[in-house]
Design a protein around this ligand. Structure first.
Ligand code: GTP
Length: 442
């Protein structure tokens, strides 16, 4: 019985009679066969066809078998194709040179068909095993997405390409919410099933050329080349809501159970020379940290790292400032705020709590509106926060909002990012100051 035609063999020989014979033997054995008579032809066939193995004659007019072999080994996508050299010459030096240049085997002509076929089978078997091992080393055994190491390698390649071709790179980081409870309540086996089904949701949501990796226990990351932050945000939201709607059914202790999970997501992006793997991962992770802190089951965009200090650093500095100064709230003129409520301290503190709750995330919302070029949303956000910051006595924030508000009214889009960067820092300073003092209320 003939084998299933799974492998395609390219036979290269300038002698037509040898080629015919080879083709006949290979077809008989069940392989698909492509033939050609020169090294040049072979190289162009290899670019356009999926070839499993090459049988390469050593002595040919034009480029020799050895040069063809070297050209194959120099190209990343061809280097892995097994090559068996064929030659009438049993010259020791030629055999050694062929093997040293990367040939998998060497067979002398006239060949014994069964021996050649056995050697072909060996080479193909070895290739399959090598590929399986490579895949095992690069893939997460549970979810079958890239493991951490391979995610990093692939993303770094994308980043080099993006710097050359000047396109944006985005990273989204996902962490399942309260996942420990799944293990604690139902055991690791169900936890594993939940991880597998989440990985499937990621595979279904993102495109083939996006890179998905499992970078920690219940933590995944996706790299989206050439994708703007708003599209990334929308894809992450699709993924988040798919998981929220997904129900895992299983039996536990003799009863039928159902489980739904949620996920928190942090996303960021960068462009040009600013793209850096570690920095993108750090920012996405910080967005994720905020998503967790804000109540989980949400996607938070973390600003590009060309926008000055990160929120983390600003928050840390605000806290430090508060500790060093005798100021009651960072960035707030307490007296101005108090006067606005006719000296009622209790009421003023309640207003500060409301400010924290209503506007604590506005830097993310404003950033999103700028990125999405949503002029109406941006105008509404900036205008509102301008009014409110004035009433609580956050006068620096008020000035910054006023400047951005003006730019929005005059549609000076080129100024948005520049005016937004200090506003963002000031808003974080004010909200973290409020939180520091009113931690039991907010
Ligand atoms: N089943 C299973 N569990 C895993 C695996 N890797 C990590 N975990 C579990 O994932 C859980 C992570 O828990 P935490 O880091 O406390 O976080 P969490 O409970 O998800 O809470 P938040 O992230 O704060 O929402 C731990 O219980 C780990 O044991 C795995 O491969 N399989």
């Amino acid at each position: 019985m003939k084998k299933i035609k799974k492998y395609t063999i390219l036979a290269v020989d300038d002698a037509k009679d040898s080629l015919l014979l080879l083709e006949h033997d290979l077809l008989e054995a069940g392989y698909q066969v492509i033939t050609c008579e020169s090294g040049d032809e072979a190289l162009s066939i290899l670019q356009e066809n999926h070839v499993s193995l090459v049988l390469l004659d050593l002595h040919m007019p034009g480029i020799s078998g050895l040069v063809t072999l070297q050209a194959m080994k120099a190209q990343l996508d061809l280097a892995r194709i097994p090559v068996i050299m064929l030659s009438a010459s049993g010259d020791e030096e030629q055999i050694v040179a062929s093997l040293e240049f990367g040939a998998d085997d060497y067979v002398t002509k006239p060949y014994i068909p069964n021996v050649l076929l056995a050697r072909i089978r060996n080479s193909l078997r070895l290739m399959e095993k090598t590929r399986q091992l490579e895949s095992l080393a690069l893939t997460d055994f549970l979810t079958k997405v890239n493991n951490r190491g391979s995610f990093q390698t692939l993303v770094k390649k994308v980043i080099s390409q993006a710097k050359r071709d000047k396109y944006i790179v985005s990273i989204a980081m996902f962490d399942l919410d309260y996942f420990k409870q799944v293990n604690d309540n139902y055991g690791h086996e169900i936890g594993d099933k939940a991880l597998i089904s989440f990985a499937q949701i990621l595979k279904d949501t993102f495109r083939d050329y996006d890179i998905i990796g499992r970078i920690g226990g219940e933590e995944f990351a996706v790299c989206l080349p050439n994708t703007h932050i708003e599209e990334v945000y929308n894809a992450c939201e699709r993924c988040r809501t798919s998981l929220e709607a997904h129900v895992l059914y299983f039996d536990y202790e003799g009863k039928k159970r159902e489980l739904s999970l949620t996920v928190s997501v942090g996303v960021t992006s960068a462009e040009g020379h600013l793209i850096d793997f570690e920095e993108l991962m750090r920012l996405a992770d910080h967005g994720l940290y905020k998503a967790k802190k804000n109540g989980r089951n949400q996607t938070v965009i973390e600003g590009s790292f060309d926008m000055g200090e990160t929120e983390f650093e600003v928050e840390r500095q605000a806290n430090q400032e508060m500790n060093n100064m005798d100021e009651k709230y960072a960035g707030i003129n307490y007296q101005v705020g108090l006067n606005n409520v006719l000296g009622d301290e209790g009421l003023f503190e309640d207003i500060l709590v409301m400010f924290y709750q209503d506007h604590g995330d506005d830097h993310t919302n404003i950033h999103q509106a700028i990125e999405q070029q949503d002029q109406r949303k941006l105008k509404h956000l900036v205008h509102t926060i301008k009014g409110v910051s004035c009433s609580i006595g956050a006068m620096n924030l008020y000035d910054m909002c006023k400047a951005l508000d003006l730019a929005v009214n005059e549609n000076k889009t080129e100024q948005y990012q520049t005016l937004f960067a200090p506003l963002k820092d000031e808003l974080i300073k004010v909200t973290s100051g409020i939180k520091l003092h009113l931690s039991e209320k907010v």
